[in-house]
Design a protein around this ligand. Structure first.
Ligand code: GUN
Length: 304
């Protein structure tokens, strides 16, 4: 029997409607959530991604700004821009689109973003929070995958999850999130000796390596849930994933398509993180003003 399709567009639509209501509530309390997206250079794929991110913000009533810079921009200038945005009260989330040109060190740039505004969840404070189970922003793509599992009511406790890919952006944080939900997790990568032997053990298989159609039907356990993070192009330039969708959907119980699967969920989680950042900013403001009122009403200290 053919697998159920987990429709990332539909799920995103439902979630974003709820986020739109939350934006309205925050705005009525005086804080309109704001996202700044920074793009350096003219990478065509990045240009499409950033445009979609800014548009998604606008669609739910969030404030968003797209800041575009020439490819030869210096690292010092970019750091200066981030510092300005760290201090801008109308901006609650900062995203620097990757990859960056070779003269700019991505880790230095990511670290310059305030952890309170790190809505990509890429800096060391955010990564450490996920590692230790304390509150922090989670990277959007694996967070979107987890939301998809929640949407189909999949209980990860005691299940075997296999993640193919070990990037800092997807594979590693995905593994930690699955672990936090009590799955037994295996991480596979380019040096894994027998990939098929590993993937066949998976109740949940997350493919995030960037190799077109790497995961074939005979590598998937019947009834497994398959999440495809891949964004590759075939010879005709058509977008396709890391999973051989047509064949694997005949084996899996649930599967995500490419396009229309994990991709839209990544942007949806970016909106969720930006909302969360704005909510925290509002709570901090409210706490501060309560303290100020309290201090103003404190009786004067008696003189000796
Ligand atoms: N480049 C590709 N994906 C991402 C992402 O999720 N965030 C950023 N900042 N850059 C990317």
């Amino acid at each position: 029997m053919s697998a159920n399709i987990i429709d990332g567009r539909q799920l995103s639509h439902t979630l974003r409607q709820d986020y739109g209501q939350r934006v309205k509530r925050l705005a009525s309390q005086g804080v309109t959530p704001g996202l700044a997206v920074l793009l350096v250079g003219q990478n065509p794929a990045s240009q499409v991604y950033v445009k979609n991110k800014v548009l998604a913000c606008k669609e739910i009533g969030m404030h968003s700004v797209l800041l575009e810079f020439e490819a030869d921009m210096t690292q010092a200038r970019l750091l200066q821009e981030i510092d300005r945005l760290n201090h801008d009260a109308s901006i609650h989330g900062i995203l620097v689109q990757l990859p960056l040109p070779p003269q700019i060190d991505p880790q230095s740039v990511i670290q310059a973003i305030s952890p309170l505004k790190d809505v990509d969840g890429f800096n060391l404070e955010s990564a450490g929070g996920l590692m230790c189970g304390t509150k922090s922003f989670w990277p959007c793509t694996p967070h979107g995958c987890l939301q998809m599992l929640d949407a189909i009511g999949f209980d990860l406790k005691g299940k075997h999850a296999v993640v193919v890919g070990r990037s800092n952006i997807v594979g590693k944080p995905m593994a930690l999130m699955l672990l936090q939900r009590n799955a037994t997790v295996t991480i596979c990568h380019s040096q894994t000796a027998d990939l098929k032997a590993q993937t066949l053990q998976a109740d949940v298989l997350v493919a995030a390596v960037g190799i077109r159609h790497l995961i074939k039907a005979d590598m998937v356990q019947p009834g497994a849930v398959v999440l495809d993070v891949g964004m590759n192009r075939d010879e005709q330039g058509k977008l396709c994933g890391d999973v051989d969708f047509a064949a694997v959907k005949e084996v899996a119980s649930y599967i995500t398509p490419v396009p229309g699967g994990v991709g839209p969920m990544t942007i949806t989680m970016l909106l969720a993180n930006t909302l969360e950042a704005a909510q925290t900013a509002l709570s901090t403001l409210t706490d501060l003003s309560a303290q100020t009122v309290h201090a103003a009403h404190k009786p004067p200290t008696p003189r000796a």
